[in-house]
Structures are given as C-alpha cells and as structure tokens.
Design a binder for this molecule. Structure first.
Ligand code: DGJ
Length: 722
C-alpha cells in the first residue's frame, strides 16, 4: 500500500474547503513519486528511484526563481497543463466551452487510495471537472496515471486535448522510440533530446506498425545493464500522440495521450471523457531491469494475462502459411493428425473457413462456416483435435466487412465512411462502424454463436487495415468511439467466455499495446516468420510485452515474405523464446526436419515454465551478434541464446558474459540447441560439459565461444549445482 509522507506537509484549503496537501510523496519498494499541488493543479515533480522523505526543504529545492526576464514563479509543468497555467510547452488540457477556452481547473479535493491518490479539480467558469488518478505499484514501481474530464455545465463543450504530461529529470538525454512497417515491426531508434520536440503521432486508427504507443527516455550511454530509463506505455489502441520536449529553459517533459480530430470529442452536459492510462516504468540499472519490471507488472495487473499464469501456453499450429485459403475438412484433418504426432497442443484454423472466403476479396462479415469446405461444420475438426489432445482455435476479423458479402449487401450503411466519397478499400475490405448499436450487436451475436456452438479455446482476433475514412454514418469522427467500441466488444466476449484466450493480431504487429492488453493474452508481433528479422522484431516487442504473450512461429524454410532460407534448427532456435507455434506445411517436411521439429517442441515444453515466467535479459554485444536470455528471479537457473547475425569481422568472437546469475554459485552448462554442427561447436560442447563454472567467472570473464557461421544460433541452459 502507498504511504503518504509521514509528517503531513502544509495543506491548501480549496474553494470547497476540503483539505489538499500542498504536496505528496508516495513510495513503493523501488520508486517514489512527488506530486506538487502548490499551484492549485497537480504537477509530477519526481518519478524515479525510491527516496527517503524529502521534506519541505527538498520540495523547495525543485523551485527556480532567478531566471532573468522570466516570471517570478516558474509556471509548473502540470499533469494537464492548461492555457491559464502559463506553461509554454504543449497544452495537456484544452477545450472550447460555452464560456470560451480559458479553462482553469483548480484542485478541490484529494483522497489517498489503496495504491496512490485521487485528486479532483474544478473550473468554476466553464464547469469542467478533472479527476486525476495516480497509482504506484508496490513491487515493480510502475506508475499508472489516468485522468477524466467531465462536463458539469449546462452546455456542450469540445475537448481538444487531454494528454498526461510528466516533467522529466534533466539528466535524461535520449529518446528511444519505435518505428516499423508491415513485416518488420518494432525497430528501435535513438535520438538525443535537445531544444525542440520529438513528436510521434499515429492517425491510423489502430496502434499501428510504424508508431506503437510506447517510448523510453534514457541517460546517455544507456545499455542493457547500465543507465537510467523511464519507459512510457500508453494504454490505447487508436490514434495517439507522444512528445518529448525540451523547453528553452532546459526543463523537459513527456506527454502522451489520445489524438483527437477537430470536434471529435464533444461532451454533452453530464458526459465525461476518460483518458487512456499512461504507465511509467523506472530503472537505474539499464534496459533489462526496466523490461523486467514492466513484464512483472503486466503479468500481475492485466487480468487476461494473469489468468494464464498457471496454464502452460500450448504449442500451436496455424493453417495460414501452411495452406492459406486452401483448407477443407479432409486436408485440415490430415494436418491435425500430423501435428498430433509432433507434440503440438493446439490447432488454429486461420482465415478462409467461413462463407465463400476463397481469397481475401470477399465474405468478411459473413461469420458462418463455409459448407463447401466444411460440409459437417467445425465439429469433425474439433473432435479430431480433441482425439489428438489438442485444443482448437479460430481466426476472426470482426471489425471488417468485404463489399462482396451478404452483410454488406444487406447493410451498406454499416461501414465507416465519408459522405459522398468513394470508399477507400484496403485489402479489399471496409471497416464496420462499431459505434452503431445494431452493428455492435450483430458482431457480438456472431462471435457468441461461434463460441457457443463450437468448443473454441482461442480466438485469433485480426484487424487488417488502417482507418482511412473514419466517419460514422451520422457524420461524426469515428476514431475514438471505434476504439472504445472494440474494447467493449472484446470485454463482453471475455466476460461471457472467460476461458477463451484472445490473441491480438493486426496484419501482424499493428495492435500491440497496453490498452488491448486488458482483453488479450497473446500478440502476433509480425507476419514475418523470417528468423533473422524475427530476432530484431522479438527484441523490440519485448519492451512492450512479456515472452509468454509473444507469438513466435516456425515458418516455412523459405520465408514467404523475404524469400530468405533458414534451417529448421535456426528458425526453431529463434521461435523457442516466446509462445511457440508452427506455421508451415508439416506434411512436406523431410524425416530429419520432422525429428528436429519434434525435439524443439519437446525442449520448449520442458523449459516453458522458465521461459514464460522468468526475468528476461538482453546482453550487449557487437553488431554481428544478438544475445539474450531468461533467468529465474533467484538466478539459479537460466537459458541464454547467442545468435550470429552476420559474419564476424574478427577471428575470435568475444566471450559471452552472462547476466543475472549468482556470483558465488557453480553452474553446469549445457548446449541444448544449436543450428550449426561444425567441429567448432562440437569442441565447444565438449569443453563446457566437462566442468562447472562459477557465476562470477561466467559474468565477468565470460564463456569462450566457438567460431560460428552467420545466421546460426546456440542455446545454453545453466543450472546452479550449489
Ligand atoms: C493477417 C495476419 O497477420 C495473418 O497471420 C493471417 O491471419 C492473415 N491476416 C489472414 O488473413
């Protein structure tokens, strides 16, 4: 439970006479937050490593008054800076009301809660009421901030901006952000913070491939195991804005929120708007600690993920890259039977099972089984799965409709559109307007019927296009209401079928974020199963989600997206690290590849307890390598990978310096997977198996590595013997 500062600081007596402290210090095991309320609005003065009580003098030391030609009192960087606050950065709160745009909410009440604080402010001129909720997680130190804006006036108002704004320490020097495209998501970029703005805006109507709603600010030279970081995650799957700005006076702030179109967010009297939460994660021990704290938080705070903690994630096979639209009862049953022999535990029937869906040009919206392909419905498929000890999963794309569908022909007005404009099709499809009650009900009934009539353990919930003309039939902007309606739909499905797992997929990684995480327990990070590209994709996405929620599939030998060929051992060694799946035609595999695949599946099952609950680690190495691992929190057991991305420029690779072990324990090392069987690897294997190595040796001097071929991988298992 959060503790307020033990000696209560001075209080502000607000207009309504309730007492609000002039500042608050809230502490958790790892982090502290200091919130300044002296200017009548809350400002986050500090979020970082845990501090002892700072006292009034500590608070006063944050203030600067001596700048020439400047206000006597520096305007605060409020959580929602409004136009009247004098803040010269980007406004966090802006609205047009019947009384004009000069809104000035000032605090009226404060209440300490189980995990933090709830503050309320009111603007007496415009009738705007703002609620700020702050929660600090006791164990991980993750800070959750969320605001609500209510219209208590008699007139409608238009909300332009509600973006949570956090002052940053002046020693953070860099922004680490994400970019990408379909098939190559979660690339990282790294820019220095200097006067001006780092601004990312997403207008695609889903969290997007190019701008997922997360970023980090770091000290200079931050590495996986050193340096200070604050990571931000915006819990939203629609349009968003993220900025990091350094003001002329050197102050820095980060601001994250939803992005509205003009007149998109109208609040009628009595209505309110709830902002998406902004989660902040702090680490003074590099990126690894930051990721581990976020993963621990996700595992505990998001119900759909927490509910899976004790259920092993089943190894699955998916029909997409195995057969695309060429599916029917007999070839699907043959695939299931083959999969059963390899130890696969879930079968997922991807796109193509419904209505007349023989390619991607038709039938979205017609959510009934294609009787030509499956004359007996899905039962024979599901029964075959059960006979082979597999559960069954199904692909759906509820938000979409094909113009060539019965649904569209019956309801052409159910789509998002701009008046008198030709619809822009993407992947030959349009987007349904989920804010219309009949549309919502139709989809809820369709999904409910599928889940009621069939024993379905898992839904792959896809969403294959951006929102280019996001207008409702009534002529309003749709982005905000569409995202909220998707959440409502997922929430109702989850509440009626709590055991059905949902995967978030959007042409690969177009909807990976901490908003949809409230409903889903797996993500599809990319349509690319190219093992080499997957290494960087999995690295990037692991800043947003833990391993067990990251779908990792072994695709065909020749990757369908890149044309690159990799051995099954390399593909398997890369996919091993997430929630494992197979996505290729296993009926055409050679005997050797079948054996290799079956042993990888067995190995994954054996280690998945650790893979899916341990502390994830990345190891800094030269750019021809990628190295990562996972350890138990007590450091007694670990799995580590070394992937050779390209040819080494030197003869001998640098030793592998492990992380997260106990310095004074001895470890037995085994090379449990290798994609390269050269004599170097054989000699290396003999060397490590002949001895035990102390943790301090492995972490400081490091393990001598064999010479490896490019595009190959080694996986070590380490277990302490004392
Ligand atoms: C896009 C997904 O990312 C793929 O995995 C597959 O499900 C296709 N859609 C099906 O249309």
């Amino acid at each position: 439970m959060a503790k307020p500062y033990s000696e209560p600081p001075a209080v502000i007596v607000s207009d309504s006479s309730s007492q609000i402290q002039s500042w608050y210090q809230i502490d958790s095991e790892l982090a502290s937050v200091i919130l300044d309320c002296r200017q009548g609005v809350p400002s986050l003065l500090y979020y970082g490593a845990r501090l002892a009580a700072i006292g009034e003098h500590g608070l006063a030391s944050f203030d600067r008054h001596e700048a020439p030609a400047s206000p006597e009192k520096e305007p605060t960087i409020a959580l929602l800076p409004d136009v009247t606050s004098g803040f010269l950065g980007n406004l966090g709160l802006a609205a047009d009301t019947a009384e004009g745009w000069q809104i000035h909410p000032r605090l009226t009440s404060a209440e300490l809660t189980e995990s933090g604080l709830c503050l309320v402010a009111h603007c007496s001129t415009t009738g705007l009421r703002v609620t700020y909720e702050l929660a600090l997680d006791q164990t991980t130190g993750v800070l959750k901030l969320q605001c609500a804006v209510a219209n208590t006036s008699e007139a409608r108002l238009s909300l332009h901006q509600c973006a949570i704004t956090q002052a940053l320490p002046q020693h953070v020097e860099r922004v680490l952000g994400f970019e990408g495209r379909w098939g190559l998501e979660f690339r990282q970029h790294n820019h220095s913070i200097s006067t001006g703005t780092y601004l990312r805006e997403n207008r695609n109507g889903r969290s997007s491939h190019h701008c997922p709603p997360a970023l980090m600010v770091t000290t200079d030279h931050c590495t996986e195991s050193t340096g200070e970081i604050i990571a931000f995650h915006l819990g939203w799957s629609g349009n968003h804005q993220m900025r990091v700005e350094q003001l002329a006076n050197g102050r820095r702030y980060a601001q994250l929120g939803e992005r509205f179109e003009p007149l998109e967010l109208i609040l009628e009297p009595g209505q309110s708007y709830q902002s998406p939460p902004v989660y902040s994660v702090h680490s003074s021990q590099g990126l690894n600690a930051c990721r581990q704290r976020w993963h621990a938080f996700v595992r505990n705070a998001f119900d759909a993920v927490a509910a899976m903690a004790t259920r092993p994630r089943p190894v699955q096979i998916n029909t997409w890259e195995a057969r695309y639209f060429d599916i029917d009862e007999s070839n699907v049953i043959a695939l299931i039977e083959k999969a059963g022999g390899l130890g696969i535990e879930r079968f997922v029937l991807d796109d193509g099972w419904f209505a007349s869906r023989n390619d991607d040009r038709s039938s979205l919206g017609d959510w009934w089984v294609d009787k030509d392909k499956f004359p007996n419905g899905l039962s024979p498929i599901i029964d075959t799965c059960h006979r082979h000890n597999m559960t069954f999963g199904l692909w759906v794309e509820p938000e979409m409709v094909s113009p060539d569908s019965e649904l569209y022909r019956a309801h052409p007005n159910w789509v998002l559109q701009h008046k008198n404009q030709e619809p822009i099709l993407a992947r030959h499809q349009q987007v349904l307007d989920l804010s219309q009650a009949e549309v919502f009900d139709y989809l809820l009934n369709a999904v409910t019927k599928l889940l009621t009539e069939n024993d379905i353990a898992y839904l792959k919930w896809d969403m294959n296009r951006d929102l280019h003309q996001a207008g409702t039939h009534a002529g309003a902007h749709a982005h905000h209401r569409q995202t909220r309606a998707v959440y409502r739909l997922m929430a109702q499905v989850k509440s009626a079928f709590p055991n059905v797992e949902i995967e978030s997929c959007a042409s690969g990684g177009g909807r990976v974020d901490s908003g949809v995480l409230n409903y889903v327990s797996r993500f599809w990070p990319s349509d690319s199963n190219d093992a080499l590209d997957r290494i960087s994709i999995q690295y990037g996405v692991s800043s947003l989600i833990p391993a067990e929620t990251m779908g990792c599939h072994i695709g065909p030998e020749e990757c369908h997206l890149t044309g690159r060929r990799h051995s099954i051992a390399f593909r398997g060694g890369v996919a091993f690290w997430g929630h494992l799946g197979i996505e290729m035609d296993i009926s055409s595999l050679s005997e050797i590849d079948q054996t290799s695949l079956a042993s990888l599946i067995e190995l994954h099952k054996y280690h998945r307890g650790l893979l899916h609950s341990g502390d994830s680690l990345r190891i800094d190495r030269c750019d021809s390598d990628s190295a990562w691992g996972v350890v138990t929190p007590n450091g007694l057991e670990g799995l580590f990978a070394l992937a050779k991305l390209k040819s080494d420029t030197t003869v001998f690779p640098a030793p592998y310096r492990f992380l997260g072990l106990r310095a004074d324990s001895d470890y037995r090392l085994s090379l449990i997977w290798q994609s390269d069987r050269s004599r170097h690897i054989k000699a290396h294997q003999e060397m490590i198996e002949a001895a035990t190595f102390r943790g301090d040796f492995l972490m400081e001097a490091g393990l001598t590595l064999p010479i490896m071929k490019p595009e190959s991988i080694l996986i070590y298992h380490l277990a302490a013997v004392n």
